[in-house]
Design a protein around this ligand. Structure first.
Ligand SMILES: *[C@@H]1O[C@H](CO)[C@@H](O)[C@H](O)[C@H]1NC(C)=O
Ligand SMILES: *[C@@H]1O[C@H](CO)[C@@H](O)[C@H](O)[C@H]1NC(C)=O
Length: 517
């Protein structure tokens, strides 16, 4: 007797079992960026508890979703996971403190999927770079000891201790250099006046500032700070916001306005005229956005692809006629447009398949990917109706192509199976793929004579070699399975073997006949 509760428990167990069957535990490995091709990352056979010998039969392989690049591969003889293409941490993860690439590890027969995460460790392969080679500062001689002048930080594409660690300012009598951290955690430098300037004594000076990272070997970058001593009072421009945010759809045409930043300056005349420039912007962002130096308008300068990046951060500096400046951050969010059709990949196919495969056999594995996001990447997959195959969804847009009925090569020897995929974007995009599948012969038909029995009437005293009759049998199987060979069965006529009276002969290109011997 089942109580409701025990039924629920059984269902729960069955469900658990099915899930475990498809997606086993995750694997995670760690690798240094920029490793040589062939460098071993780990051993998947050992870590999955699989016999090495089975890897080849189960066609083990590693795929990265949404990428044609094969960053790592599996050695089917040893089970080693190895680097097969250059992995550049900065390219994949930029400033992110942790860089994890996700792969699917696929095994067939039966289809089994493991998630594989690869933690990419930073190597100090980038030097600090200042946004410009020269920073021009115009400082009033009335500036008092302790006055601060902001210097844009050097950027280093590496992270952690491989990024900029300290700054060294060339020895000089007037300035020292301090590092400040904003409330958002961003570091910037300040030139601090330590001993007052005197324009009559010195009108300008050039100081070398060096940024060093903490990597090994250590790398550095330099900038020249060109100080021009003025004899006037001055105010720095002030932005209306410290952080601006804007949203724009991917594929927006060139020159589409994104946002306008604005800073005001309390000074009058030329000294109060504010100009804008990007003080910190990645090479990538630079190809997408332009800034009008006078109006502060940021607009689209290139083709922005959501799939390449969904968020950009740039910093804008406002500068007045004295060269005094302040900085604001601009965050630009990109929204997705349904501009990628789903792509159907045939991951595996048993072709030809023998006609006697039992219904429910896995014939192939299909994967569908759509590079868009959210509902634009939700894909429905279907197969045409009139074929004895269906798609069985597995996890993560993998499907098994499974036979649904008995196949018969003698009726249908080839199938063109069309699989269609449609996403849920608006308007939806779709694509289709045709899989050609042949059915291989099994010798499942016996030869059949055209007649149940043959009668021949002959007059006696025939000459040996004259024809009595012709018989014919057909077999619809393929090649040698359908080739019919005739032979006379033993029998007796008046006590003598039948073969002493008649023989069978295959006529060239014709059916066999019986002859008198
Ligand atoms: C399948 O497609 C191929 C190529 O388009 C064609 O030559 C073949 O006749 C088709 N077979 C069937 C069974 O429709
Ligand atoms: C004939 O049938 C056998 C199995 O019954 C199969 O293994 C073989 O490949 C077939 N031969 C051809 C030429 O299709």
């Amino acid at each position: 007797m089942f109580s409701k509760r025990s039924v629920v428990q059984i269902c729960g167990f069955v469900f658990f079992f099915v899930v475990v069957h498809y997606a086993h535990g995750d694997l995670s490995y760690s690798v240094l960026e920029e490793q040589k091709r062939g460098s071993v990352i780990g051993n998947i056979a050992k870590d999955l508890g699989l016999e090495v010998g089975r890897l080849s039969a189960r066609k083990a392989r590693v795929d990265m979703e949404g990428s044609d690049k094969q960053y790592c591969g599996v050695n089917l003889r040893s089970g080693d996971l190895f680097v097969s293409e250059r992995i550049d941490r900065e390219e994949h993860c930029g400033e992110k403190p942790s860089c994890v690439l996700k792969f699917d590890l696929l095994l067939e027969n039966p289809l089994e999927l493991h998630r594989l995460s690869l933690q990419v460790q930073d190597v100090n392969d980038n030097a600090p770079i200042f946004p410009k080679d020269i920073i021009k500062l115009e400082i009033s001689e009335s500036a008092i000891k302790g006055a601060k002048y902001r210097i844009n930080a050097a950027q280093d594409a590496d992270i952690g201790k491989n990024s900029v660690q300290s700054y060294i300012l060339q020895q000089n009598p007037h300035f020292v250099f301090n590092i400040q951290t904003t409330s958002a955690g961003r570091k910037y430098g300040e030139l601090v006046l330590d001993k007052e300037l005197d324009r009559e004594e010195q009108q300008e000076m050039k100081l070398l500032l060096t940024a060093v990272d903490g990597g090994s070997p250590q790398r550095s970058g330099t900038v020249v700070i060109h100080v021009i001593v003025l004899d006037a009072n001055d105010n720095a421009p002030v932005f209306t916001e410290s952080i601006y945010t804007a949203t724009i759809a991917e594929n927006s045409p060139i020159d589409t306005p994104v946002i306008t930043v604005s800073a005001s300056d309390a000074d009058e005349g030329v000294n109060g005229e504010v100009t804008y420039e990007f003080s910190r912007i990645s090479d990538k962002s630079q190809t997408f956005f332009s800034l009008d130096e006078k109006s502060g308008e940021i607009s689209v300068a290139g083709n922005i692809d959501y799939e390449e990046g969904s968020k950009y951060e740039v910093f804008v500096e406002a500068k007045d006629g004295y060269g005094l400046s302040s900085e604001a951050k601009v965050i630009i969010d990109i929204t997705d447009v349904n501009d990628n059709a789903p792509v159907i990949y045939l991951k595996s196919l048993t072709n030809p398949i023998p006609e006697n495969v039992s219904p429910g056999s896995e014939v192939g594995i299909i994967n569908v990917q759509d590079r868009d996001s959210d509902s634009n990447r939700q894909v429905r997959c279907s197969i045409q109706q009139n074929v004895p195959f269906k798609l069985v969804p597995s996890i993560k847009n993998y499907y098994s192509l499974v036979s649904t009925g008995q196949l018969d090569r003698e009726l249908v020897s080839d199938y063109n199976i069309t699989i269609s995929a449609t996403d849920e974007g608006s308007p939806p995009l779709s694509s289709s793929k045709t899989v050609q599948l042949s059915v291989a012969d099994i010798n499942d038909n016996p030869p059949v004579f055209e007649e149940q029995s043959y009668s021949a009437y002959v007059s006696e005293n025939n000459k040996a070699g004259s024809t009595l009759c012709s018989v014919s049998a057909r077999d619809p199987d393929w090649r040698q399975n359908g080739t019919v060979i005739y032979s006379l069965l033993g029998g007796e006529v008046n006590g003598a073997p039948v073969s002493s009276y008649v023989s069978g002969e295959r006529r060239h290109g014709g059916d066999p006949r019986c002859e008198v011997v």
